[in-house]
Write a protein that binds this ligand. Structure first.
Ligand code: NAD
Length: 257
């Protein structure tokens, strides 16, 4: 599968799943646009390295996905958007009655609203190009819930809902919109939850991973960023041209429980 000649924008891609997906798309030949809210030398170096490794044009564009105008500016600045991967996301864990309002607002803005703004801005470009693929990185939490993650679960269910609507609006065009729903993937977002959980449950790291994090993941293995990249590439392939408005779980059996 060659994605040569396609431009892919991956939000929140200087780390974790976004970075992994960007690498796999570049390996498949796409010119990639990496993004986050920082503007450090290392962000630009990361993109340059991917470009060098894959022989593609890889760029980094700073844009804060918590701000609608910056989401839209990212797409405009990229100048083309054949493949849009809405991936930027954050997490906060708290009981509902103690959930800080600023955390709620930030999660809804970054994890859900950003996908609205980028999709709206990318749609005219996809229509002009006569081809487009929108891949929303939702979560197993877009299909099911866990306690203490009200904002995250609400945002991810929202993304899955928006995915279906965008798919219906583009159903008769060569544009598809789908959501990938990963279970646990060992990225900085998940790594950050381990020390507190070790303290909270007085458990070793190994026990936290197996019995807390992967408790609901029947495979007892993390999904990998490469697997999510591969799933994204499949959704960009001709074989997936009639797959739209749906979710693909990459969760080791979590949602089969
Ligand atoms: P991560 O923390 O490694 O990556 C998050 C990315 O989002 C980073 O590049 C970060 O810089 C970026 N980001 C955060 N705030 C931003 C902002 N305001 N503007 C622009 N970029 C911003 O986490 P990850 O695990 O790779 O998560 C990526 C996505 O995958 C998220 O949407 C997350 O909800 C989803 N997800 C992760 C898992 C998992 O187990 N790791 C499971 C299911 C879904």
């Amino acid at each position: 599968m060659s994605l040569a000649g396609k431009t892919a924008i991956i939000t929140g891609s200087n780390s974790g799943i976004g970075l992994g997906v960007a690498r796999e798309l570049a390996k498949a030949g796409a010119d990639v646009v990496l993004n986050s809210f920082t503007d450090r030398d290392e962000d630009h170096t990361l993109a340059a390295e991917i470009g060098k490794e894959t022989g593609t044009n890889a760029r980094y564009i700073k844009a804060d996905m918590s701000k609608g105008d910056e989401c839209r500016a990212l797409i405009e600045q990229a100048g083309a958007c054949d493949i849009l991967v809405n991936n930027a996301g954050i997490q906060h864990v708290s009981p509902i009655d103690q959930f800080p309002t600023d955390k709620w607002d930030a999660i809804i803005a970054i994890n859900m609203n950003s996908a609205f703004h980028t999709t709206a801005a990318a749609m005219p470009m996809m229509r002009a190009a006569g081809w487009g693929r929108i891949v929303n990185i939702a979560s197993a939490h877009g299909l099911t819930a866990s306690p203490f993650k009200a904002a995250y679960v609400a945002a991810k269910h929202g993304v899955v809902g928006m995915t279906k609507t965008v798919a219906l609006e583009t159903a008769q065009e060569p544009i598809t919109c789908n959501a990938i729903c990963p279970g646990y993937v060992l990225t900085p977002l998940v790594e950050a939850q381990i020390p507190n959980t070790m303290k909270e449950y007085n458990m070793s790291r190994e026990d936290v991973v197996k019995n807390v994090l992967l408790e609901r993941q029947p495979s007892k293995e993390f999904a990998t960023v490469e697997q999510l990249g591969g799933t994204t590439i499949f959704l960009c392939s001709d074989a997936a041209a009639q797959i739209t408005g749906t979710t693909i779980s990459v969760d080791g059996g979590w949602t089969a429980l």
